[in-house]
Design a protein around this ligand. Sequence first.
Ligand code: NAG
Ligand code: NAG
Ligand code: NAG
Ligand code: NAG
Ligand code: NAG
Ligand code: NAG
Ligand code: NAG
Ligand code: NAG
Ligand code: NAG
Ligand code: NAG
Length: 794
Amino acid sequence: MASVILGILLILVPLPLSTEAQTSGNLTLGKSLTANDQNSSLLSPSGEFAFGFRKMGQGAHLLAIWFEMIEEKTIVWSANGDNLAPEGSKVQLTANRGLVLTDPRGRELWSSNLTATGLAYAAMLDTGNFILASASHVNLWDSFSRPTDTILPTQQLDLGAKLNARYSEMNYSAGRFLFTLQNDGNLVLYATPTPLVASDSYWDTNTTTGFQLIFNQSGQIYLTGRNGTTLKMITEDPVPTSGYYQRAILEYDGVFRQYIHPKMANSSSGRLIGWSRVSYPVPPNICMSTSQDIGSGACGFNSYCTLGDDLRPRCQCPPGYTLLDSTNEMNGCIQDFAPQNCNGSRRETDQFDLREMPNTNWPQSDYEHSAAQTEDWCREACLADCFCAVAIFGDGICWKKKIPLSNGRKDPGEIGKALIKVRIHNTTSKCTGNDQKKNKNTTLMIIGSVLLSSSVFVNLLLLLITYLLYRSFRSRDSKLLRPVQINQVTGTRTFTYHELQEATYGFKEELGRGAFGTVYKGALGSEDVDFVAVKVLATRTGESEKEFEREVSAIGQTNHKNLVQLLGFCDEGQHRLVVYEFMSNGTLADFLFGSSRPSWYKRVEIACDVARGLSYLHEECTRHIIHCDIKPQNILLDGSLTAKISDLGLAKLLMANQTRTTTGVRGTRGYLAPEWFRNMPISSKVDIYSFGILLVELICCRKNYEPKAEIEAQIVMADWVYNCYYDGSVLQLVEGDEEASSDIKRVKRFVMTALWCVQEDPALRPTMKKITQMLEGAVEVPVPPVSSSFISSI
Ligand SMILES: *[C@@H]1O[C@H](CO)[C@@H](O)[C@H](O)[C@H]1NC(C)=O
Ligand SMILES: *[C@@H]1O[C@H](CO)[C@@H](O)[C@H](O)[C@H]1NC(C)=O
Ligand SMILES: *[C@@H]1O[C@H](CO)[C@@H](O)[C@H](O)[C@H]1NC(C)=O
Ligand SMILES: *[C@@H]1O[C@H](CO)[C@@H](O)[C@H](O)[C@H]1NC(C)=O
Ligand SMILES: *[C@@H]1O[C@H](CO)[C@@H](O)[C@H](O)[C@H]1NC(C)=O
Ligand SMILES: *[C@@H]1O[C@H](CO)[C@@H](O)[C@H](O)[C@H]1NC(C)=O
Ligand SMILES: *[C@@H]1O[C@H](CO)[C@@H](O)[C@H](O)[C@H]1NC(C)=O
Ligand SMILES: *[C@@H]1O[C@H](CO)[C@@H](O)[C@H](O)[C@H]1NC(C)=O
Ligand SMILES: *[C@@H]1O[C@H](CO)[C@@H](O)[C@H](O)[C@H]1NC(C)=O
Ligand SMILES: *[C@@H]1O[C@H](CO)[C@@H](O)[C@H](O)[C@H]1NC(C)=O
């Protein structure tokens, strides 16, 4: 009887799902959902869970189930994390195979592979389970029995079931870690590739009769035996249930955690409420839990794991090593120096030194050990041995470790001290390991590598000689004496005025005008392919002369992916020109405030690019540089939209010990830190302030100062952002920007970071390195302090 009524209902109520944004109800045979810019999803009867497509980036959609009623819209299940669906893909309910996800060309991306027959409809249930059922409501397939990385109350894991952690916080591809109830009755956590022996798991219940893992309605997670008796509680603490959503997830860092979230997020109270962890994570300290024979451990090879105050593991590189992939700290580290030469007489023992790290170890990476030794003996032994990458000394025992190092950890529980071998005169000039620059100019490269590969002493000598030569050339009338094409002090090429006149076709195509000159487009070489930007500096006045020297010497020594590269210069009589690499996509100002809004993810990348460039200028290159004029007009975009900082013209060079200095006001109003107007010392923190304003503009895609804004409160963006943050209405900032709205956690993190940057007290503003980590999500962003005179400081 009921099924007859249902049948009638289904006939009477056609569901045009592919056109309607959000629907609550069931998916009947033949119906589909389409991945497009509208919300296309199916809601559970209570509206708390949704099934449908989530946009992961430009034209990439994930078929997923998520919590619909909370701001984060947290995903609890997903189908195609390894194979995202392009715009226009659809998932259809078919009679013989159940759900089938195809791209617009009809290629299959994923399928539920239903084998049972009699399928009638699909429904999103209030528990968060998505089911395929027959007309008589027999459950033929459900998402609960095919979990991805999350389980929900009332869900259970049977023998053989697995949770597979995702690749990273925002990447739903399968990651390394698995949580599984094995057929032998043991519940284990391990890292792939699958270990050969059970002891290679990093956590287990050590049970032989486990039968089901249950997450019950009251929020308890426990393992039961075949007869229903509880064998082991997995999360111990009592959990508040009424008024809270719950989930438990094997996170990308390999830790299983249980979370709750209040059902009605009360934003009017001004608090930012989100998911909070309940109970202890499993395992409590993953850094100390891993010690398999095979695999890298909790972090990637050559890195080490530390447990933060928030009980989350962090992966870091030891001194002398840099991240293999700067976007994922869990991918391990590589040495940023050439390894020791093992060949006979030239062992290079004098070229290496040991850096100490207390309470640090890489278990399982040793190839030799000696007992009853002193630390000095251990040091000598490792330095003399070209295979030794790290020595661990503790309790009179000296362990020698080889590359790649695995299971690294730094923890008070480790009593040994690590001695890390590094090359003393690390001959690479790159500031960060993965920012090697592909230099177009081969002449430069050859000269550069000759310089770099010879020993440091020879280098210094060479530099000194060249400098002296350079000085003496300059002091005379040097026109005839300049056969040298490459300036070895700055590493840049010298051009003649005539060359540049030809390169720019007589300064025909103007690219822009800056405070100190006009920029023209040009081409080097006969093929007209290597475009350059030639900046003609205004006539020789005292100011621009100083300007010129500053510009050339500061920029000539920088080399970073996120800085516009200086290729050379011309200093001939009245003529002073500098040659930069050409940036085909113009300024960030045009890009950001132009007619169409750039995507949120592009803006995120740009923010990180600029942060890395600044971080290099402030902290990593040999002479620390303050830019003084960070603003969207001074950020340029290359062919692949990588952001690069330009116009270091105002840069104030800082010697290492001279970090604070008072100078005249430089830079551009609106982006200027308050200390410029208060006769206070100027430090690199002025750039942090300007970066904060730039970040606000990147988040909201609007100019910081907009006198024509419709809503008065929005005239000064930074004020508005500040108010929105403390009102708990961050979502307002990205209103109408769906990508950003669906990435609200990151938006919030960026807003908090920006608010730290624009603190009135320079000492409160974090360093650029810290900011980079905040943006990348490598560190938690603390709540920014309330700044009482916030408005007056803009
Ligand atoms: C969906 O199907 C279930 C099971 O037959 C039924 O209880 C429910 O009322 C249906 N919902 C709608 C909106 O048709
Ligand atoms: C998507 O859904 C949200 C709320 O769930 C709504 O505010 C928004 O307008 C919807 N967008 C479209 C394009 O339907
Ligand atoms: C469904 O079957 C196809 C072909 O056998 C297979 O490639 C695919 O991985 C299966 N999908 C799932 C979700 O199991
Ligand atoms: C996720 O990570 C995998 C593995 O590195 C990579 O192949 C894939 O492109 C990433 N997906 C996205 C959307 O970034
Ligand atoms: C696991 O259980 C066996 C016996 O059931 C016991 O001998 C062994 O010590 C246990 N191992 C751990 C790590 O608790
Ligand atoms: C959930 O499990 C705990 C511990 O076994 C038990 O005390 C509680 O009554 C269970 N709740 C429900 C709703 O079954
Ligand atoms: C359930 O099985 C376990 C062994 O698997 C046994 O120790 C226990 O007594 C059994 N409990 C009941 C109620 O049968
Ligand atoms: C939200 O906050 C307001 C004011 O603080 C309060 O009156 C209201 O009851 C709260 N609502 C909920 C659902 O907590
Ligand atoms: C090598 O140089 C880079 C930058 O110059 C630096 O970050 C790194 O720590 C150096 N490595 C060692 C072993 O000193
Ligand atoms: C090792 O050193 C000897 C001379 O010391 C040299 O002839 C030989 O080519 C070197 N071998 C390698 C592989 O560098």
